[in-house]
Design a protein around this ligand. Structure first.
Ligand code: TXD
Length: 280
């Protein structure tokens, strides 16, 4: 697979390094507005690949013509939350960035599957879909896998079980309205810890989480290749993006798997955020 990573910052570079460890990518192209940063990551990753003896073509720049007919574009470009900022505070600036990037992708890689990571997630997924004029199955957002992992960790602590033995998901929006599909006498605390998972890291490190987000994207790429299910932000017939369980294939979303809990997703608030950005 030929994979472009647009935004060679923390998540983008971490993802690229994960791709070097696996066999999913034959070629990686890193795009960043900061070309020196992208070049530095390119050089670092090339050494990473040689350490493992992997033949992966890794290059970088700001030239969208280089992603002609790429299979996957991962969009991590944009601004991150500063301590105290909400994801929505980022919306206007990041929407402009995502729209510009999506138009460029549509021009050179119109069939690519686009995995959006930039926050606020649902709005950015929708911005990509609209600006690039992509079909619904071509645009997916990564956050549900991360929120689910955080919820499982919180649940496991309260119930003294292995998080990997748990089998529930977190759906809806990647914000304080997310919907946890689990039952517990400690539900409110578990929900609260899940919601605060990102902000805690930002408070400690002064920058947002990036290792687990990159792993979430890797899981999606693996699911595309192996036809597996993941939780992804997708746009359904209601034209509202939200985290749902989906089966992926190399063309993107093969099927949305319905769960009753989706009825609890606050679609109206997601829609309002789209309207504020003039996207709906
Ligand atoms: O679960 C999730 N979806 C998330 C999302 C979890 C954590 C963080 N999440 C969001 O991902 C975060 O709030 C940001 O919106 C993105 C990217 O986070 P990251 O930590 O990777 O940010 P960095 O390190 O600042 O990288 C962003 C890069 C940076 O190098 C900029 O120079 C570049 O984006 N950038 C651009 N590249 C290309 N084109 C344009 N226009 C551009 N603007 C900025």
């Amino acid at each position: 697979m030929k994979i472009a990573i647009i935004g060679a910052g923390n998540i983008g570079a971490s993802l690229a390094n994960l791709l070097v460890c696996t066999d999913f990518a034959d070629e990686i192209y890193l795009i960043d507005i900061d070309e020196n940063l992208a070049k530095a990551k390119e050089l670092d990753l090339q050494a990473s690949a040689v350490i493992l003896g992997k033949d992966i073509k890794i290059s970088s720049g700001n030239d969208y013509a280089k992603i002609k007919n790429f299979d996957i574009c991962v969009i991590t470009a944009g601004l991150t939350r500063k301590p105290g900022q909400s994801r929505e505070d980022l919306a206007l600036n990041n929407a402009k960035i995502i729209c510009e990037i999506s138009k460029n992708i549509a021009k050179f890689a119109p069939k690519s599957v686009n995995i959006v990571v930039t926050n606020p997630l649902e709005s950015m997924v929708f911005a990509c879909y609209k600006a690039g004029n992509f079909s619904k199955n071509q645009v997916i957002g990564m956050a549900g896998e991360l929120d689910t992992a955080r919820a499982k960790i919180a649940y496991a602590k309260f119930h003294n079980v292995n998080p990997n033995s748990l089998n529930f998901g977190v759906y809806g929006a990647h914000n304080d309205k997310m919907v946890l599909d689990c039952q517990s006498e400690n539900f409110d605390e578990i929900r609260n810890q899940t919601i605060k998972g990102g902000a805690n890291i930002t408070k400690l490190a002064g920058k947002s989480a990036y290792l687990a987000p990159a792993m979430g994207v890797l899981k999606m790429i693996k699911a595309m290749i192996k036809n597996q299910s993941v939780i992804a932000c997708v746009i359904d017939d209601s034209e509202i993006p939200a985290g749902r369980e989906v089966i992926l294939n190399k063309k993107g979303v093969e099927k949305v798997i319905y769960h009753d809990i989706y009825e609890q997703i606050d679609l109206a608030s997601i829609k309002r955020n789209l309207e504020i950005l003039n996207l709906a």
